[in-house]
Design a protein around this ligand. Structure first.
Ligand code: KG4
Ligand code: ZN
Length: 340
């Protein structure tokens, strides 16, 4: 029996890295309003996120974002209409997290509304719960972004088992590094993805990390080094760099590794519902490969839900609230908070 949608309103706040995001969620998955201020362009000249600069931009972004979300949600008295404030408290950059957490605490105190600290990675899992009404635990979730590459088994709401993650770089980090060495704009991931579609994935024999090893674990630093070394060799020989082929070959190895380890996780757990989240989940080759898995039920959220957003934080917070979780107003962010 599906339960009736609640009219309960949750305010979600996300500021773990370089996106300031605010959302209003009604019940489990009805998005009333959401806004996001991305800092990607302002960090681009530095080739990566500059933590101090990120925190300062969050500080400037949040008040106008909130006012606009309340306006779009047609809230006449947010203090009375909002029943819960859910905020990302980690993992992430300390300065960035602090801005969102302080804003959430101030509002919770002023409005006398409950507060929930949400783990950013649990939030990423909820990007799927929000997007797909038919998705229920147990399911596998691969979170693959600039900071994380891991596979988690969601046994139930709030009950997770970590199956494995990266031993070194995250997949997105490797994409961005190879992009930088190729002289592509930041972030490299989406650009490499686009160029790869016009290239030959077998042009370079880049190794598939951890292939054949019977563990759910990833490693992208060796692959990154192999690509960077090959680019340096071509440059030294004054050879023209076949951008599309390098991108396609690099992407082939990344995608083969991600899909291979997901297949292993499916075999180990017997769970065939497979969800994706994180920026790299937007990757076109990864999506194509997963869509070929006819024995699995694959959940691929839209790109805007894969990347950082406040809807997923509100959804994870509301779920925790219904399970009786509450956070105190003493809450401090934890940049290395691990949930599993
Ligand atoms: O989840 P996200 O927005 O931020 C965090 O890292 O938390 O992920 C950003 C990462 C970047 O490394 C970016 O290059 C990568 O996701 N990315 C992609 C694609 N779109 C974004 N990587 C490969 N293919 C894409 N289409
Ligand atoms: Zn994220």
């Amino acid at each position: 029996m599906t339960e009736p949608e609640s009219s309960f309103l949750t305010l979600g706040i996300e500021s773990s890295c370089d996106d300031s995001a605010v959302a209003l969620l009604r019940g489990r998955r009805s998005v009333i309003a959401e806004l996001l201020a991305s800092q990607t362009e302002s960090h681009a000249p530095f080739g990566g996120v500059v933590p101090e600069f990120a925190a300062r931009q969050h500080l400037e972004a949040f008040l106008p974002l909130m006012e606009e979300v309340f306006r779009r949600g047609a809230l006449s008295d947010p203090a009375k209409e909002i029943g819960l404030i859910a905020v990302t408290a980690g993992p992430g950059l300390m300065g960035s997290l602090l801005v969102g957490v302080m804003a959430a605490k101030a509002l919770a105190m002023a409005w006398n509304v409950p507060l929930i600290a949400v783990n950013h990675l649990e939030g990423h899992m909820f990007a799927n719960i929000v997007s797909f009404p038919d998705l229920e635990p147990p399911f596998l979730c691969m979170i693959v972004s600039g900071g994380h590459t891991e596979i988690v088994l969601a046994k139930d709401y709030g009950k997770y088992e970590f199956l494995g993650g990266t031993r070194d770089d995250a997949a997105g980090e490797a994409y961005d590094k190879v992009g930088k060495v190729l002289g592509l704009p930041y972030p490299g991931g989406p650009v490499i993805d686009r160029l790869a579609n016009a290239g030959n994935p077998r042009a370079f024999d880049f190794p598939v990390p951890m292939k054949g090893n019977r563990e759910v674990s990833f490693s992208f630093s060796g692959l990154k080094t192999a690509a960077v070394t090959e680019i340096a060799r071509l440059r030294k020989e004054n050879a023209e760099i076949p951008l599309e082929d390098v991108c396609a070959s690099f992407q082939r190895a990344v995608v083969e590794s991600l899909v291979g380890k997901l297949s292993l996780a499916v075999k180990m757990t017997g769970v065939t519902s497979v969800a994706l989240s994180g920026g790299v989940a937007a990757n076109s080759a990864l999506r194509r490969e997963l869509q070929k898995k006819k024995d699995w039920k694959v959940y691929l959220p839209p790109a805007s839900r894969c990347t950082d957003n406040a809807v997923m934080i509100a959804a994870a917070g509301y779920s925790a609230f219904r399970r009786g979780v509450r956070s105190s107003l003493d809450l401090s962010p934890d940049p290395s908070w691990t949930l599993w």
